[in-house]
Design a protein around this ligand. Structure first.
Ligand code: 7RM
Length: 640
């Protein structure tokens, strides 16, 4: 056994080895005093965060680090004035970093572009001036629906710069999902592209926007990026091509960064919850800047000379925090790639690492499992020796995938940062640091400033090794402040269960082992992680019910080897309709069209009755047990 692998313990994995950091990792790490700093961050939480916040630029310093007078609506750095763009761009272009590469973008097509901090600033200013010329005001929500191209990053920064609030809708979502989000945010302006490229084909965006806009009365302006050149229909006085606007004198390269209160909204990002419509989680300029910058710096030990690559799409929180804001605030050089990992061949990612000398790779278990399937020969053909750190996010990583990632991609020298966090947390919460001893499948221990526990429904700590609810005991700067337009729901969803204790309920179940390491099991609500994408059963169900033949539907997630979880649907047809192969296909197509192909059901079962409680709630637990061939459990509340 290698020196750095020691036998350890973990629930459910008797073969568990503990991977100690190699000498070179310890040597290179900025931070070696984890215990000391962690203890300090707990005993003087506000002092710790104030010290980190001081490393950033502020137009004006804060009066109070934390205002907790109106729990759970916490405020951070109260009285402080900043703008995330002040830290992500403005402060860099005043130094030598103006000529440093901020972004290296490559597309599946092989096309590539690079932006220095200076060039990024220029594009952001121009875009910001275009938004202003369209009448975009501070505090107004602009919806962005774009493929993974630099214009998405630029549009996000342009909104932030002028104090507008961006709402990015993942380009993989479709008509209904988009329309719901535009309506909830009451957006007046939408930014999109004609389409995008994936797996050698083009996909449509503008035509989906056009369809969604029929149901979105608030939208007055739609700006479109010409990406694929596919024909699209443009409406006079509403639709504008970005490149035409960029050529106008209004798109000047000079634009002042708006002075924002630390607590002013930066963005909303919709995410799925237990029931009903998706929740627009709100993040703010001050706390979110401090949190994303600090977590990324420590966890990935980010250095000036790194080439950092986060494979996430900016349409998800991982993209917001660790592809757009975190890396830019830290002045990093990063790679952004548009396309599938295995197109045209399964070596696409390994080729990019070699070509650009990537030093840090941050991706998802789904991607790793998918690439692992093609065998070691694909990564073996490339020189991956530039890599020094790896990351994983989105779902629990199974130990087998972890070991493959560690051995084949990381050459046994790169520690894996398995980062547990959520759209709601804004950034990492449970995560290793490069110097942490690692256990494959565990996100290890809480980040600085966090106290995390596994408790029962009453809030009592469960015994070591037992399953329970994951709670966060103290506020942190990156926390979502509210749900857009629905503060009650924010309170209800996250803070109600442990109101007495004042703890945040994460909605995950977990175990803690005797070393204080956390093992995430999965969601306790009706959220499904499909290939790391967060989907709600409710939205898929309403897509199904919008089909003319469907009376009722229930959706569950079942374990899937590659995707983590897959979508299974149980459908009750309207009187007189009969199910069959053809209708099953039709319904799958219907959900894809309404929601996006990521929500395409794996399986549809036609039922004559759905299990319900006497009060009429569908018992998904019963369906799940049935689908997995398990004991159905207590069904005393089940109606006949
Ligand atoms: C970052 C992100 C949040 C949910 C969360 C968990 C699951 C995320 C991990 C993980 C085990 C991880 N935001 N999750 N990271 N489970 N290990 N390292 O994914 O809002 O889209 O989803 O994802 O269930 O509650 S998210």
């Amino acid at each position: 056994m290698d020196e750095h692998k020691k036998k350890g313990s973990s629930p459910g994995d008797s073969q568990c080895l503990v991977y100690k950091p190699t000498a070179s990792v310890i040597e290179g790490a900025t931070l070696k005093e984890y215990e000391v700093l962690y203890q300090r961050s707990i005993s003087d939480r506000l002092g710790f965060w104030a010290e980190e916040a001081q490393k950033l630029e502020w137009f004006k310093g804060w009066d109070r680090v934390l205002d907790d007078s109106n729990k759970p609506f916490f405020k951070w750095f109260v009285g402080g004035k900043t703008n995330i763009v002040l830290n992500a761009i403005d402060r860099h272009v005043l130094t030598w970093r103006r000529n440093k590469l901020a972004l290296i973008w490559e597309a599946e097509t092989g096309e590539s572009r690079t932006y220095s901090y200076h060039a990024l600033n220029r594009e952001v200013c121009k875009f910001a001036n275009i938004l202003k010329s369209m009448g975009v005001k501070k505090g107004e929500v602009v919806t962005l629906y774009l493929p993974q191209i630099p214009e998405l990053t630029i549009a996000m920064l342009a909104c932030a710069k002028i104090g507008a609030v961006h709402s990015v809708v993942f380009g993989g979502f479709s008509v209904e999902a988009l329309a719901t989000r535009i309506r909830d945010a009451s957006s007046r302006v939408v930014v999109t592209a004609d389409g995008g490229f994936r797996r050698g084909k083009t996909f449509e965006l503008k035509s989906i926007v056009n369809e969604a806009l029929k149901d979105s009365p608030t939208v007055e302006v739609c700006i479109t990026v010409k990406r694929t050149g596919q024909p699209v229909s443009m409406e006079a006085d509403r639709d504008f091509w970005l490149h035409e606007l960029m050529a106008l004198p209004i798109a000047s390269m000079k634009c002042e960064t708006e002075v924002m209160d630390a607590e002013d909204p930066l963005f909303i990002l919709y995410t799925s919850g237990t029931t009903g419509k998706p929740k627009g989680l709100l993040h703010t300029h001050g706390g979110y800047s401090v949190y994303t910058a600090t977590t990324l710096k420590y966890v990935f030990d980010l250095k000036e000379e790194d080439r950092y690559w986060c494979t996430a799409d900016p349409g998800w929180i991982t993209g917001h925090s660790y592809l757009v804001y975190g890396p830019l605030i830290n002045g990093a050089t990063q790679v952004m790639y548009e396309g599938a990992p295995n197109h045209p061949y399964p070596n696409r990612w390994w080729q990019i690492i070699e070509k650009y000398g990537v030093t840090i790779l941050y991706t998802s278990p789904t991607a790793i499992r998918g690439l692992m399937r093609f065998g070691e020969q694909w990564p073996k053909r490339h020189d991956l020796s530039s890599l020094r750190l790896l990351g994983s996010v989105g779902e629990p990583i199974n130990p087998e995938a972890w070991r493959w990632y560690h051995r084949v991609i990381g050459g046994e020298r790169c520690p894996i940062m398995d980062t547990w966090w959520q759209t709601e947390t804004g950034g990492f919460v449970i995560t290793p640091l490069p110097i942490s001893p690692l256990k494959p499948g565990s996100a290890t221990r809480p980040f600085f400033g966090h106290e995390v526990a596994v408790v029962d429904d009453q809030g009592a700590q469960v015994p070591v090794g037992s399953e329970g609810n994951l709670v966060l005991k103290a506020p942190w700067p990156g926390m979502a402040r509210t749900i857009w337009g629905d503060p009650e729901r924010y309170k209800e969803t996250y803070w109600k269960t442990y109101e007495k204790q004042g703890w945040y309920k994460a909605g995950d179940s977990a175990r803690m082992d005797e070393d204080g390491y956390f093992w995430i099991i999965g969601r306790t609500d009706d959220v499904i992680k499909v290939s790391g994408h967060r989907l709600g059963t409710a939205e898929i169900e309403s897509a199904l019910v919008s089909h003319a033949d469907v009376a009722e539907a229930a959706v569950i997630g079942v374990p899937h080897e590659l995707k983590g979880h897959a979508i299974h649907c149980f459908v009750l047809l309207k009187h007189g309709r009969t199910g069959g192969k053809e209708l099953e296909e039709q319904l799958k197509e219907h959900v894809s069209h309404q929601m996006g192909s990521l929500a395409r059901p794996e399986k549809i079962e036609f039922m004559s009755v759905l299990p319900k409680t006497r009060s009429g709630k569908i018992m998904r637990r019963v369906l799940r047990a049935r689908a997995l061939g398990q004991d159905v459990g207590d069904t005393s509340t089940l109606e006949e």
